[in-house]
Design a protein around this ligand. Structure first.
Ligand code: NAG
Ligand code: NAG
Ligand code: NAG
Ligand code: NAG
Ligand code: NAG
Ligand code: NAG
Ligand code: NAG
Ligand code: NAG
Length: 568
C-alpha cells in the first residue's frame, strides 16, 4: 500500500469517526419520505448567509433535492448528484416543467462531499440562504416546499414514483418528537385577577410535581389564555434556601428576588420550543426540594378591571435521559436606576458585557458553553439586538442577531448550528433603540415603556449559573457628565437639551467608561469585576461568491489578455 493510500485511509477513518457523533453544524433532521429512505440534515448561519445540507438516500443511483415554489417541479431550484463509475457528479439546476431539470449557467451550490457505500448515497453541500441568480429560490423564515427524487442508477432519467414533497421551515425549525414515556405538567397562574394597571408583574412561587428520579424536559409550550394581556413570562429556579410558597406582585418581597435562575421564557409572538435531541432541561432527582418562580408580565393597556387569567407554560418530559443537561444563561445589561436613553434618538446603542473568564470565580466546576438557541429581549423602543462574540481580544462572530427586532414577535430561536463559547470568551449584547417620537427620557426598568437589553442563551452542559451581565459605573458616568450627585443627575438628564450633538456625546461617554461585570450562580455567589466595551463589527455575509467571482475573474483575465495583446 502506497503512502497516499495510507493517508487516504486515515482521512477516511477520521471522517467516519466524525460522523459517528452528532454534527454541531447539522443540528436538524427530517425524513422527507414515508418509507424513511430519504433523510435531510441541515444547519445554517444567518450571519454568514449560508445553509448546509446533508442528503442521505438509500440508493446507489443519482439523488436530487429541490426547493419548489408550489410543491411540483415547475420553477423549482434543484441540485442533482451521485457517485458513478467515473467518479462523482453534482450540478445546480432548475426545472421549467415536468421535464429534465436544466443546468444553471451560474453554479451556486458548493459540494462538500459525496460518498456511496452500503447502498446509500450521502451528498453534503452548501448554498447561500438568499438567492444568487434568477434560477435559485431564496430560503426565508417561512416554511418551504422541499422536493426530492432519486434513481436506481446514475443515469439521470425519469424517477417514476421515487419522488415526493415535504414542507419544512428550514430556518425556524421546531421538531415535534414524541419520545417514549412522554408526560407533561403545567405551571400556570390560577384564576388570577389582573389589576387595572398598565404594567403589572405577577409572581407565583410553586413546586413541580414530585419526581422519584431525574427526568428531562424536552419541550415547552405556552398556555396563554389572554393574548391581549400577557406580554411575556419567565420561569426561574429558586436557590435551595427558598421554601415558602406564595404569590404576589413581583419584586416587592425579598424572597422572590432570590429566584433568578431562568429556566424557560416566552414572549408575545413566540411559540413552542423543543430542545435538540442531545440535551434536556433537568428536573427532579435532586435531594433539594427545589421551588420555581413563575413571573408573568401583564400589559393591561386599557387598564380594564376584573380580567381573570390562567396563563403559564406546559412542560413535556421524559424519563429517557438525553446526553446533556441544558440551561439558560442571562446576558446583557443589568437594569440599574439612573440609566437613561435620551429622547429624539434614531439609533441609540446600549451595551451589556459578559466576560466568561470570571465564571470560575463563582463556580468550581466549569465548562465551555455549547449554545444552540437564544431569546433576545428589549421593550418597545428596541429596533436591533446583536450579540458579538470575542476571543483573545478579537471579534470572531456574531453569536446571534436580529436586525429587525420587533417587540410583538419575540421567541426562542435556534442558532442554526451549535456555537461554542469557550471560557475566557467575551459576549457583548448591543441593543439599538429608536426614541425619535419620544419627548421624555426612557429609563431602564420593568415596564414596556422602560427599556431592557437582554439575550438569554440556551446551552449545554448546564452550569449552576444565573447571569453574566454588566452595567456602567454610574458614578463615573455622572462625574464625566458633570453631575456627580444622584439627585442633580436625574434632574439634569430629564431637563437636558437632547440634540444630535448631546446624544452622541452621551452615547460615547456611556461606551467609554468602565463596566461592572457581574457573574452570579444559583447559590448566590457573585463576582464583580471591571470591563470595557469592545467595538462591535457587523460581520458581512459572504454569499454568492462562487458564480459571481468566477465571472468577474473571467472578465479580468479577458481584459488583461486584451491589454497584453494590444501592448504587442
Ligand atoms: C437504508 O440504508 C441503511 C444503511 O444501509 C440501513 O441501515 C437502513 O435500514 C435503510 N433504510 C431503509 C428504509 O431501507
Ligand atoms: C376558577 O374559576 C372558575 C370560574 O369561576 C371556577 O369554576 C374554578 O373552580 C376556579 N378554579 C379554582 C382552582 O379556584
Ligand atoms: C395600580 O394603579 C393604582 C392607581 O393608579 C395604584 O394606586 C396602584 O398602586 C397600582 N398598583 C400596582 C400594583 O402597581
Ligand atoms: C382597548 O380598547 C379599545 C377600544 O375599546 C379596543 O379597540 C382595543 O382592542 C382594546 N385593547 C386591548 C389590548 O384590550
Ligand atoms: C459558591 O457558593 C457555595 C455555597 O455557598 C460554596 O460552597 C462554593 O465554594 C462557592 N463557590 C466559589 C467558587 O466560591
Ligand atoms: C449545581 O448545584 C447542585 C446543588 O444545588 C449540585 O447538586 C449540582 O451538582 C451542581 N451542578 C453543577 C454542574 O455544578
Ligand atoms: C467608579 O467610578 C468612580 C469615578 O470615576 C471611581 O471613583 C470609582 O472607583 C469607580 N468604582 C469602581 C468600583 O471602580
Ligand atoms: C445642541 O444643544 C446645545 C445646547 O444644549 C447647543 O449648544 C448646540 O449648538 C446644539 N447642537 C445642535 C447640532 O443643534
Amino acid at each position: 500500500m502506497g503512502l497516499l493510500s495510507v493517508v487516504l485511509l486515515l482521512l477516511l477513518i477520521s471522517v467516519q469517526s466524525c460522523w459517528a457523533q452528532d454534527d454541531p453544524l447539522l443540528p436538524f433532521s427530517e425524513h422527507l419520505d414515508p418509507e424513511q429512505k430519504v433523510r435531510l440534515k441541515w444547519g445554517f448561519d444567518e450571519v454568514q448567509d449560508t445553509i448546509l445540507f446533508q442528503l442521505t438516500v438509500n440508493t446507489s443511483g443519482w439523488v436530487g433535492l429541490g426547493f419548489s415554489p408550489k410543491g411540483g417541479m415547475t420553477g423549482a431550484d434543484i441540485v442533482i448528484g451521485g457517485v458513478g463509475q467515473d467518479g462523482s457528479y453534482f450540478t445546480d439546476r432548475h426545472a421549467v416543467g415536468n421535464s429534465m431539470p436544466v443546468i444553471d449557467k451560474q453554479q451556486d451550490y458548493k459540494l462538500l462531499s459525496l460518498t456511496e457505500s452500503d447502498g446509500q448515497t450521502v451528498m453534503k453541500f452548501q448554498r447561500s440562504i438568499k438567492s444568487c441568480d434568477e434560477y435559485d429560490l431564496p430560503i426565508t423564515t417561512l416554511p418551504i416546499k422541499l422536493i426530492y427524487a432519486y434513481g436506481q442508477t446514475d443515469d439521470i432519467t425519469y424517477h417514476g414514483t421515487r419522488r415526493g414533497t415535504k414542507e419544512v421551515n428550514l430556518l425556524r425549525y421546531m421538531p415535534r418528537l414524541t419520545p417514549p414515556d412522554s408526560k407533561y405538567f403545567d405551571m400556570i397562574m390560577v384564576n388570577f385577577t389582573v389589576p387595572a394597571n398598565q404594567t403589572y408583574y405577577h409572581c407565583k412561587i410553586m413546586r413541580t410535581p414530585d419526581f422519584d428520579q431525574k427526568h428531562h424536559i424536552y419541550r415547552i409550550e405556552p398556555l396563554i389564555q389572554n393574548l391581549d394581556l400577557v406580554h411575556h413570562l419567565l420561569l426561574y429556579r429558586c436557590p435551595p434556601g427558598v421554601t415558602e410558597i406564595y404569590e404576589s406582585q413581583c419584586y416587592t418581597r425579598v424572597n422572590s428576588d432570590e429566584c433568578m435562575e431562568v429556566v424557560a421564557v416566552w414572549a408575545v409572538g413566540g411559540g413552542a420550543f423543543e430542545f435538540p435531541t442531545v440535551a434536556g432541561l433537568p428536573i427532579g432527582g435532586n435531594v433539594d426540594d427545589v421551588l420555581y418562580r413563575l413571573e408573568v408580565h401583564y400589559n393591561n393597556a386599557n387598564k380594564t378591571a376584573g380580567r381573570v387569567d390562567n396563563s403559564g407554560l406546559r412542560f413535556y418530559y421524559t424519563s429517557e435521559l438525553r446526553q446533556h443537561d441544558a440551561a439558560v444563561l442571562g446576558t446583557g445589561l443589568v437594569l440599574a436606576p439612573g440609566y437613561g436613553i435620551p429622547p429624539k434618538a434614531k439609533d441609540f446603542f446600549t451595551y451589556g458585557l459578559c466576560d466568561t473568564a470570571y465564571i470560575p470565580q463563582v463556580l468550581s466546576q466549569t465548562q465551555d458553553l455549547q449554545v444552540f438557541s437564544v431569546m433576545l429581549h428589549t421593550h418597545l423602543a428596541g429596533r436591533k439586538v446583536r450579540v458579538g462574540h470575542f476571543r483573545g481580544g478579537k471579534q470572531i462572530d456574531l453569536l446571534a442577531v436580529d436586525e429587525n427586532y420587533n417587540f410583538e414577535y419575540q421567541g426562542v430561536t435556534n442558532l442554526g448550528k451549535t456555537k461554542t463559547v469557550k471560557l475566557g470568551d467575551k459576549l457583548l449584547v448591543e441593543c439599538t433603540y429608536n426614541t425619535a417620537t419620544r419627548t421624555k427620557l426612557t429609563w431602564g426598568g420593568l415596564s414596556t415603556t422602560d427599556e431592557m437589553c437582554l439575550a438569554f442563551l440556551f446551552y449545554y452542559p448546564a452550569m449552576n449559573l444565573t447571569g453574566c451581565m454588566s452595567f456602567p459605573n454610574l458614578t463615573a458616568l455622572r462625574t464625566e457628565m458633570g453631575k456627580p450627585d444622584l439627585n442633580n443627575w436625574l434632574f439634569m438628564m430629564s431637563t437636558k437639551t437632547w440634540n444630535d450633538t448631546s446624544i452622541n456625546q452621551y452615547q460615547q461617554t456611556l461606551k467609554r467608561i468602565d463596566q461592572f461585570v457581574i457573574v452570579s450562580d444559583s447559590h448566590k455567589n457573585i463576582s464583580r469585576n471591571i470591563g470595557k466595551i469592545p467595538d462591535l463589527k457587523v460581520v458581512p455575509s459572504a454569499p454568492c461568491t462562487s458564480g459571481c467571482d468566477s465571472e468577474r475573474l473571467a472578465w479580468i483575465l479577458l481584459l488583461v489578455s486584451l491589454a497584453v495583446l494590444l501592448a504587442f
